[in-house]
Design a protein. Sequence first.
Length: 499
Amino acid sequence: MKTVNHWIGGKTVEGTSGNYGPVTDPATGAVTTQVALASLEEVDAAVGAAKDAYATWGTSSLAARTAVLFRYRALLDARRDDIAALITAEHGKVHSDALGEVARGLEIVELACGITTQLKGELSTQVSSRVDVSSIRQSLGVVAGITPFNFPAMVPMWMFPLAIACGNTFVLKPSEKDPSAANLLAELAAEAGLPDGVLNVLHGDKVAVDGLLNHPDVAAVSFVGSTPIARYIHSTASANGKRVQALGGAKNHMLVLPDADLDAAADAAVSAAYGSAGERCMAISAVVAVGAIGDELVARIKERAEKIKIGPGNDPASEMGPLITAVHRDKVASYVTGAAAQGADVVLDGTGYTVEGFEDGHWIGLSLLDHVSTDSDAYKDEIFGPVLCVLRAETYEEGVALMNASPFGNGTAIFTRDGGAARRFQLEIEAGMVGVNVPIPVPVGYHSFGGWKDSLFGDHHIYGNDGVHFYTRGKVVTTRWPDPADAPAGVDLGFPRNH
């Protein structure tokens, strides 16, 4: 059986802990690979390699760093199909979704290529007599990233390209459920000329995570995952004096006003709720229909959802693949059956779905729940699967109040033809990312990604300007130089004496 090992100090390093985790093909249910799970000694080795590399990488020129990143970007572009194939094989998402993931990761590599302008400082001259003040930004040292299973290439690329462009070295701990893409990203970085130890990939479970959170040589930790784990990452790393950005879960709402284009809203709801099998933190999982449009909107969503082709991710005809594990599939299904018991109308029931010839895969169909109450489990919890809840509100104000009462504040959207209503919404809604007739408002690379409330722990969003600020720290230098005309007697600098 294939084994995915660590990447430490610029080379593959076999696991020595004796512990391995299974990696499954979600379409077949078969275990195809095992991944080495790191011990604390291996955590030390990865952090040590990064610390050694920082001694030279941290003082390298911006020109040297960006030269590597430009070559890296070219290699990623050339190998995007290979990266996407690994994602499909271990995560299960369809190839087009996997390619889209790689493309969004490439945006941040491109941003990192322009780090020379992002790291420019500021200068104020003559703030007092012969006194100048300058502000500069410097790297932190060794930083770590802990990333989720749902975007095994994109989320790591949201972190390490900016971190290393800023002069840090990096230890990546990807999800043990789909680890292979991370290794390929590291191998391509080495091929691009990234020095040994600047980027390391450490596979593991909670032992590796806690090892990084507690390691004295790790200066900062980036995390994307569920809210309970984000809270744990933030509290543990902060207690150890580390800088932390921990992005948590979501329950993203889409408000549909009575004047909205219902066909556009239904198209958006289907793509945003069921794309990538709902396994994304920016999925729309709750639609709030305002006024009398609810029944018609639900009917149009149902009509579209029933046409979605579900099958293996490597089948070009498939529009949605399986879920990552059988355990997760069963958990998602439990919310659908539980919703009916809690009063919701089950318009579409995707539980019990199978694909002919792939009966052992982690399959689930699309589920649509109407008249969902705000106290039901299907509404309160982040399901992370292809389940869309529809709630009803009589007015715009009622809909916004319902949405703002959620403990999550990641992304949200409004569908309307009224610019005034959209303007009010973007100011009144309590979420970090807002879409106006855009269902999944993931910012482009030069704007930052992140939510509010229980969707973010820490002060910095990820990538964009926030990402650069997170991976650097500011320093202010105040200088005063005597006028050369005041040089001591006997020292002639060629300046006329003023007095």
